[in-house]
Write a protein that binds this ligand. Structure first.
Ligand code: FES
Ligand SMILES: [Fe+2]
Length: 314
């Protein structure tokens, strides 16, 4: 675990790649959840993710391994590993040892993203990644993607949204956002009524944010325009995150204006992120914060977040 945070890597679904980045028959190395993995797509088009190191003698499958039908072939002695982790072939053995398996992670694809399930104790998924119909609706624009790496952890990043005071001191926002927040099982829902600054002046908006665990947030903006924004925070290790965002706006009607507003929203989001970054990357988690009125539901957020750690906090 990190010196700055007492948290292990949380449990849940995390976005690990854009669907378009892994074509059928392709295999690539990705670093997340504190290890190397290979992410691949079978020739039939199904995504899979397995430990990068072959259990036979430890070759790295990302360096010379390849997709072979619906399995991955190791570059060292040619053993084949199926998408479910079982051993599909040993090209030279008369008898296959029993109980052979490579570690795999459950994978699903939604809204142009490949998600992997991480659980500290290896338990299977107990909730599903929601479908976001706008991302496959021809009435909405092709999603735009942005990415950034940041030296923090999921829980710290999420806490920022429940810290209204910093919107004034860090982001220079005149009035901190006032939001209604509900914590419901794995989900957290916030509704924010406010003004969005755009080059053509402020517009009144309703921003509905839904979080599913600590790695996935869906924000829907409505008001003068609509927009759906998918934000994913994926642990690279205990103190580094890969952030991925995808957004789409309706094509219909005044699509150019909607796109302009969508872009303004992203620009404002990125501006705030750049302002937050030096604080997030150098701060440490304060387990016993001295809070005062006006500090927002930080304690409630922290309580909700405890359910995502199957391993005890330090
Ligand atoms: S190390 Fe993978 S087949 Fe031998
Ligand atoms: Fe912020």
């Amino acid at each position: 675990m990190s010196d700055r945070f007492p948290f292990p890597i949380p449990d849940g679904w995390f976005g690990v790649a854009w669907s378009e980045d892994v074509s059928a028959g392709e295999l690539k190395t990705i670093r997340c959840f504190g290890s190397d993995w290979v992410l691949f797509r079978t020739n039939g088009g199904e995504a899979g993710m397995m430990d990068a190191y072959c259990p036979h003698l430890g070759a790295h499958l990302g360096h010379g391994g390849c997709v072979d039908g619906d399995a991955v072939r190791c570059p060292f002695h040619g053993w084949k590993w199926s998408r479910d982790g079982s051993c599909a072939d040993i090209p030279y053995a008369q008898r296959r040892p029993t109980g052979l398996a490579i570690r795999t992670l459950p994978v699903c694809e939604r809204s142009g993203t490949i998600f992997a399930w991480h659980h500290g104790a290896g338990a299977p998924p107990d909730w599903e990644v929601p479908t976001m119909p706008e991302f496959s609706d021809p009435g909405w624009t092709e999603p735009e993607h942005l990415e950034m790496e940041i030296a923090t952890c999921c829980q710290e990043l999420g806490e920022n949204a429940h810290d209204p005071a910093h919107f004034v001191s860090v982001h220079g926002v005149a009035n901190p956002p006032v939001s209604e927040i509900e914590f419901e099982g794995r989900q957290k829902i916030s509704i924010n009524r406010g003004r969005l600054e755009t080059p053509r002046g402020p517009i009144e908006t309703i921003i509905r944010g839904e979080s599913f665990g600590l790695g996935l947030g869906i924000t829907r903006v409505s008001g003068l325009t609509d927009m759906v924004f998918l934000a994913m925070n994926t642990p690279i290790d205990e103190e580094h995150l890969q952030l991925r965002w995808s957004f789409t706006v309706p094509r219909v009607g005044e699509s150019r204006r909607a796109e302009g507003v969508g872009r303004a929203f992203i620009r404002e989001f990125m501006r705030q992120l750049e302002q937050d970054k030096p604080i997030w990357e150098t701060k440490r988690y304060e387990p016993r914060p001295r809070l005062c009125d006006g500090d927002g539901p930080i304690a409630a957020y922290r309580k909700w977040a405890t359910q995502f750690y199957s391993l005890p906090a330090r």
